[in-house]
Design a binder for this molecule. Structure first.
Ligand SMILES: Nc1ncnc2c1ncn2[C@@H]1O[C@H](COP(=O)(O)OP(=O)(O)OP(=O)(O)O)[C@@H](O)[C@H]1O
Ligand SMILES: [Mg+2]
Length: 369
């Protein structure tokens, strides 16, 4: 900015000196040239007024007056009428410098005011935008909370109304099954009945787990140990599906303050989903790393992936694309992770695979992993 000012001042000074030299060096009988030079002085005066406002305009017109006056006095001194006309021109220089400077200054002040108003409007707009984003997020959470509270009431009724008769059905079916041998058609039918009661029982369990306002008991626990238990639990399933299941040994301390049993449940839901989404010959890989003040656990599968549309709904209770799914697995996972002050998110490309990323804070760390 300063350099810019200096260049402008230099240009003005140069033009004034050049025009003055033309005046002093041009013989007087070439009066038509002098008329042109006389008007040329308006150029630096107007430029100075536009660039520097009232003060700039007046300073330049005064400088021009001082440069031009000796020329009138000493070179045109003999011609009174011409001399008077030229003095009048000097007065005009100063009027033009003053008036143009004043107008330019007012214009500049108004444009600064307009710019400030525009900046203010832009900031208000940004604030409004942020507030409306916040409102949308709160509304989304409320809707989810509303779903969960309805779910809580339903779960209590379901647990009471379904679990007890379910227990009787299962018990009596087991007694009936004892009358037949494995391989007998009736044995197989009763076995199906028992498995179906187990499935129903699981659904009720899931509802309850989701709805119960259970307390998270935070004690020192090792993420790696919980992940090992989860992989042991699903190893057989993975083998049957011909999926390679890898748990990478971590290079970091994975101890956190948390509820091991609940975290295990959260991780299990993710891994089961990964196995269900991965075709035979695929892989599921689990790894932990240090991210910010916590641990990030990644569950990567080479399965079907999730469409960008479904990604937005994946953690919603009851969202499922499976004919036998409850859509509660990831909702429970999210509730548990957030109960630990962590976050769960999903990155996926449909057709290429999915990574679920769980971050857990590691406020109080323990010993070696
Ligand atoms: N790793 C994954 N790859 C592809 N899709 C996934 C993956 N994990 C979750 N999904 C999608 O998210 C949906 C919701 O998952 P969630 O675990 O909440 O319920 P679910 O698996 O359908 O039912 P449930 O867990 O009760 O058996 C799934 O139906 C599936 O479409
Ligand atoms: Mg699931």
């Amino acid at each position: 900015m300063k350099a810019f000012l200096n260049i402008r001042t230099f240009l003005l000074a140069l033009s004034m000196i050049a025009i003055s030299l033309l005046h002093y060096l041009t013989p007087l009988h070439l009066h038509y040239l002098h008329d042109i030079f006389q008007r040329l002085y308006y150029l630096p005066i107007i430029l100075a007024a536009v660039w520097f406002g009232l003060r700039g305009g007046l300073a330049c017109s005064l400088a021009v007056s001082f440069l031009y006056a000796p020329h009138i006095l000493f070179q045109w001194g003999g011609h009174l009428t011409i001399e008077m006309e030229k003095y009048l021109e000097i007065v005009l220089y100063n009027i033009v410098g003053g008036v143009t400077g004043l107008l330019a200054q007012r214009e500049r002040e108004r444009s600064i005011q307009l710019q400030n108003t525009a900046d203010g409007l832009e900031q208000s707009f940004k604030k409004l935008q942020e507030q409306s984003d916040q409102i949308i997020a709160i509304e989304k959470n409320l809707r989810s909370a509303e779903k969960l509270s309805t779910l809580g009431e339903m779960a209590a009724v379901l647990a009471h109304e379904i679990r007890n008769p379910l227990g009787s059905i299962r018990g009596t079916a087991e007694i009936l099954r004892d009358d037949y041998r494995p391989g007998d058609a009736k044995y197989e039918f009763i076995d199906i009945q028992i498995k179906e009661t187990e499935r129903l029982n699981r659904v009720v369990e899931d509802f309850l787990r989701m709805a119960r306002p259970s307390q998270i008991e935070k004690v020192p626990c090792s993420i790696q140990e919980e992940l090992e238990t989860v992989t042991t639990l699903v190893a057989n399933d993975a083998r049957q599906r011909h999926i390679t299941l890898d748990l990478i040994p971590p290079k970091i301390n994975t101890k956190i303050h948390g509820d091991g049993e609940k975290l295990r449940q959260a991780f299990l839901n993710i891994v089961i989903n990964a196995l269900q989404a991965t075709p035979s010959g695929g892989s599921v890989c689990i790894a932990s790393s240090k991210v910010r003040d916590g641990i990030e656990i990644s569950f990567t599968d080479s399965g079907l992936g999730v469409t960008s549309e479904n990604i937005l709904r994946i953690f919603e209770p009851f969202f499922t694309t499976k004919s036998d799914g409850t859509g509660l697995g990831l909702a429970i996972t999210k509730k548990i992770i957030e109960g630990h002050g962590g976050t769960a998110r999903i990155v996926s490309v449909a057709g290429e695979g999915t990574t679920v990323l769980v971050w857990l804070p590691q406020a109080i760390s323990g010993g070696a992993p």
